[in-house]
Ligand binder design. Structure first.
Ligand SMILES: Cc1cc2nc3c(=O)[nH]c(=O)nc-3n(C[C@H](O)[C@H](O)[C@H](O)COP(=O)(O)OP(=O)(O)OC[C@H]3O[C@@H](n4cnc5c(N)ncnc54)[C@H](O)[C@@H]3O)c2cc1C
Length: 408
């Protein structure tokens, strides 16, 4: 009997999407090799969710995803939904727990659990893993030839799972986009997402280190783009905190288009403007012999008080006039900070933009331009909200590609 020759599959990148793809394709009979630049696989998984790995979310839909063709994700997240993802990992040995905001984590609350079990799954299926091996180029003759500094690999099918360029300190590179371009794929404009924002407003620097619960409005030019509540951290360079990460995509996109971006902050969201005005009036009367910088500390952080006094150019030693009370209460409810830039790809958790999804088959992740060439994970023009959706996409797209590779 003639022995069937196994399909040789090369995967560039041993991250979330590449590792799951490798396990699935191997189980379906492919001979799989992962080529990974870092000395260890899964570095971004290890950094995810502050080392706890927010792997998916109990509420997941195409609306959590962005890009020029957001409905592209629908097939993958329907066919590899949250339950399938959990079952896949439970089968490897991982248990899960859901905490705040329906976010799902491994029960151990350790990201290393996910990497260890994926690694073990690869070894069990006989996946060859080459670490410390940076891919420099790919060419196509009768096979895909993957070039790294010291040797070439030949594959029947090639999966680009090299992620986005966000956070080069974790191994991220532009190689995925370069390979895509060399195979005539379009790369949609890249910009940082889930990233801190820069401002040169002295208020930020003066209030550096202060974290508050705030209500934010993002304005692009004069249009209100997004509103959000959450924690906000003032820093030397500008603004950080979860609320900022959650509006950073819209801000980053507007900055890419060279539009003006402002964030309006409600520093005391639990009090209405009129109540605040009344409180300030009473306090200013009661404490008329005490400096403003002292009595306002009863409501706001000391640093914020000093920054406000400086921004409004008040005399901190004397009582406020009625006009000043109006100006102060308005500023507390509507502090306006101009955003100049994002902290960029060095700090971004995610990169928006990437390989144009209209050139990829959503049911297989195979290129519509080159048979046998696949793109999965964040290298594609798919990015998502914070909350486990990015990793879910990496795993879902990797699973879909792995299944498709196994079809003879
Ligand atoms: C700090 C941080 C925290 C995050 N937290 C979360 C979270 O809690 N939940 C969530 O859903 N998402 C989170 N994300 C996003 C999530 O980690 C990514 O979306 C996901 O890892 C993307 O998977 P991927 O397989 O496409 O790419 P990656 O996981 O980045 O894998 C790509 C792999 O390719 C390798 N590679 C790159 N270039 C080359 C080359 N030239 N040759 C060989 N190998 C190469 C890289 O070293 C890497 O191992 C976080 C990201 C960061 C940076």
């Amino acid at each position: 009997m003639q022995k069937r020759v196994k399909k040789r599959v090369g995967i560039i990148g041993g991250g979330a999407s590449g590792l799951i793809c490798a396990i699935v394709a191997s189980r379906l009979g492919c001979e799989v090799t992962i080529i990974e630049k870092n000395t260890k696989i899964g570095r971004k998984i290890l950094a995810s969710g502050n080392g706890r790995c927010n792997i998916t979310n109990k509420k997941i839909s195409a609306q959590n995803y962005h890009g020029q063709n957001p409905s592209f994700v629908s097939y993958a997240i329907k066919n590899f939904d949250r339950i399938r993802l959990e079952n896949f990992f439970t089968d490897l040995g991982v248990e899960f727990t859901a905490i705040k905001d329906d976010r799902v984590f491994p029960m151990s609350l350790q990201a290393s659990t996910i990497v260890d079990f994926l690694h073990d799954g690869c070894l069990e299926e006989g996946v060859k893993i080459y670490t410390h091996s940076e891919v420099k180029k790919v060419i196509k003759r009768d096979k895909f030839i993957v070039k790294k500094s010291d040797r070439d690999f030949k594959f029947d099918a090639l999966v680009v799972a090299s992620g986005s360029a966000a956070m080069p300190s974790l191994g991220a590179t532009f190689i995925g986009y370069e390979i895509a371009r060399s195979f005539s794929h379009t790369i949609n404009p890249l910009f940082a997402s889930l990233v801190q924002l820069k401002s040169d407003d002295p208020f930020c620097k003066k209030s550096s280190g202060v974290k508050i619960e705030a209500f934010l409005k993002l304005f692009v030019e004069t249009k209100l783009e997004k509103e959000i509540s959450g924690d906000l951290l003032f820093t030397d360079y500008g603004l950080s905190g979860l609320s900022i990460l959650d509006i950073s995509r819209e801000a980053s996109f507007a900055l890419l288009k060279e539009k003006s971006v402002f964030i309006q902050i409600d520093l005391l969201p639990s009090i209405s403007l009129s109540s605040l005005r009344n409180i300030l009036k009473k306090k200013s009367k009661k404490f008329k012999n005490k400096p403003l910088s002292l009595w306002l500390n009863g409501m706001l952080h000391k640093k914020i008080v000093l920054s406000l006094i400086e921004k409004l150019k008040f005399n901190k030693e004397r009582t406020l006039t009625t006009k000043e009370i109006h100006a102060l209460s308005y500023a507390i409810k509507n502090l306006r900070i101009e955003i100049k830039d994002t902290k960029g790809i060095k700090s971004a958790e995610v990169m928006a933009g990437g390989v144009d999804c209209t050139q990829i088959d959503p049911k297989t992740m195979e290129s519509k331009l080159h048979k046998g060439l696949y793109f999965i994970g964040e290298v594609l023009d798919v990015d998502a909200d914070r909350g486990g959706y990015n990793l879910h996409w990496a795993f879902a797209s990797g699973y879909i590609a792995g299944t498709s590779l196994g079809v003879v």
